[in-house]
Write a protein that binds this ligand. Structure first.
Ligand code: SGN
Ligand code: CA
Length: 520
């Protein structure tokens, strides 16, 4: 399966002889690949995607990938949660095939993964940062990962030599390690680096450089901040991810001392992570958060005013955490330029899934609704991707493995279930490109109480089945882009509903999805 260095020399020689080197330049070796991957980074919080936050939340370095590469606007996950998304990316298989259906299962690292195949083809491979798959990473020459979710300040990292505490802020440390590995690698061989942030995952702790970046900034609210969940199934109202009822004061909003809601308990307290900080980090932190708690206690808010205040605090910390991700993207891009690597390195930015920034009154993810089903995808591939291009085809994280193998010129195993995005990156849409994507979420009962569901999305419609309670939703995304009113029972949509039901059954057959209706 693997390809040798001799293969590459032959391939490059043939390409040069055929005059097919991209834009007349012949790369020295197969492209390097860097996947810059963050955790819970909503497309709504990336400048290049526009939207209500774009003007006050510039992400200039991440946006460079869109300006110099391709922005995918219909990029989806197969299962909107962390470990499953990562397992899908490594294997090119849906969750029911790779065995990681929820955050609970351990990844079976003996499976075929794209890093192993690249390694076999002569690539140097590395995995740095959030991993979350429990078993030791396989298929990497070098790995250094956060245990579990990791922490923001002074995190431990797991390595082959054990678990080591590092001093500093996690986003900066992960970048230091990624750039350190690039420095140490063999420059004669191509590389593939998975550079994966913890940020901006809950509990959204800003780094020392951005503690005050959004202080006092008023963030626009989404229209559905006070959603009443009418017009959808019982699942929407039964979740536990509301800013109002489920976001905690001590832990999420970092009020300290946590006098407002002592019932949240110590493990829900900012005190937990303050103790891990150095004296210097803690005084900088307290100088910002101390007065916020004092003002909050004095304001004595309730009802909608309280929800609005929580939303602002949440967003200020979430966006500030992203600032460090963006700064560090700047460091990476500068490094590539300074080291002559920019032209022959494909840089991809994505996240394990999207996130709710107050839409439907929520934080977190899990749903097949757009905010969490969609995930950012930006790809810079100099001399191949047209700068500033935008793609609106249906693509998924299921496609990453095949895409990376294709970029490297490595054969794609027949059992993988995605599609290579390389033709789309070249601006050549295959005539038979997929017309629908399949989704399934399994973690129920579980954190945030989102019902199990599967569904199909086409360019315009989305059909969702909450199969344990046998309730259905159908959305016309053109008429109702925010998915506020299901038209499942609307007779005007009867034909569309039937067509989608057939398409859903076909997809379940195509992907060999087993019946999950009895699982509890
Ligand atoms: C933690 C968070 C949840 C989050 C899950 C999964 N709670 O349990 O809010 O949904 O992780 O996130 S917390 O109290 O620990 O912050 S995932 O990105 O890893 O899937
Ligand atoms: Ca996540």
């Amino acid at each position: 399966m693997g390809r040798t260095r001799g293969f590459w020399i032959l391939l490059i020689g043939l390409a040069a002889a055929a005059g097919s080197g991209a834009c007349g330049t012949t790369p020295q070796q197969p492209p390097n690949i860097i996947l810059v991957f963050s955790d819970d980074h909503a497309f709504q919080a990336i400048g290049a995607y526009g939207g209500r936050l774009a003007s006050l939340n510039p992400t200039p370095n991440i946006d460079r990938l869109a300006r110099e590469g391709m922005r995918f606007d219909k990029s989806f996950v197969t299962n909107s949660i962390c470990a499953p998304s990562r397992a899908v990316i490594l294997t090119g298989l849906h969750s029911h095939q790779n065995g990681v259906m929820t955050n609970v299962e351990q990844f079976d690292g003996s499976q075929v993964t794209f890093p192993k195949l690249l390694q076999g083809a002569g690539y140097q491979t590395a995995m740095v940062g959030k991993w979350h798959l429990k078993s030791d990473p396989t298929g990497f020459d070098y790995w250094e990962v956060l245990p579990g979710q990791g922490v923001y300040y002074n995190p431990n990292f797991r390595t082959v030599d054990g678990n080591v505490r590092n001093e500093g802020y996690v986003t900066d440390l992960i970048t230091d390690k990624a750039l350190g590995w690039l420095d140490r690698r063999d420059p004669e061989k191509p590389f593939m680096l998975m550079y994966q942030h913890k940020a901006p995952h809950r509990e959204w702790q800003p780094g020392p450089d951005h503690l005050t970046t959004y202080a006092g900034v008023s963030i626009p609210e989404p229209e559905s901040l006070f959603d009443d969940y009418v017009g959808r199934t019982s699942a929407a109202a039964a979740q536990e991810m509301e800013i109002d009822r489920h976001m905690t004061f001590g832990y999420d909003l970092k009020l300290w001392p946590n006098t407002f809601r002592p019932d949240e308990g110590l493990n829900r307290s900012v005190e937990n992570f303050r103790t891990r900080m150095t004296d210097e980090q803690r005084s900088a932190w307290d100088a910002v958060y101390g007065p916020i708690a004092v003002d909050f206690n004095a304001a004595n808010l309730s009802g909608e005013d309280l929800v609005r205040w929580k939303y602002q605090r949440y967003m200020q910390d979430y966006l500030a955490s992203i600032k460090s991700v963006d700064d560090n993207m700047g460091r990476l891009l500068e490094y590539l330029e300074a080291n002559g690597l920019a032209d022959n390195t494909v840089v991809i930015y994505s996240s394990d899934q999207g996130f709710y920034l107050g839409e439907h009154g929520w934080f977190d993810k899990r749903w097949m609704y757009e905010e969490s089903f969609r995930t950012p995808l930006l790809v810079r591939w100099p001399n191949v991707v047209t700068p500033g291009s935008v793609n609106t085809d249906l693509v998924q994280n299921l496609d990453f493995a095949e895409t990376f193998l294709d970029i490297a010129g490595v054969d794609v195993p027949a059992h993988m279930q995605g599609l290579s995005l390389v033709p789309l990156l070249r601006g050549q849409r295959p005539a038979n490109w997929r017309d629908a994507v399949y989704y399934q979420y399994y973690e129920f009962p579980g954190t945030h109480a989102v019902q199990r569901h599967y569904g199909v999305r086409t360019d315009r419609y989305k059909l969702i089945h909450y199969y344990l309670i046998n309730e259905w939703e159908l959305f016309d995304l053109q008429a109702d882009p925010h998915e506020m009113k299901s038209v499942y029972d609307n007779p005007d949509y009867a034909d569309i509903r039937r067509t989608l039901e057939v398409r859903l059954t076909d997809l379940r057959t195509q992907y060999a999805v087993p019946d999950d209706s009895q699982r509890r």
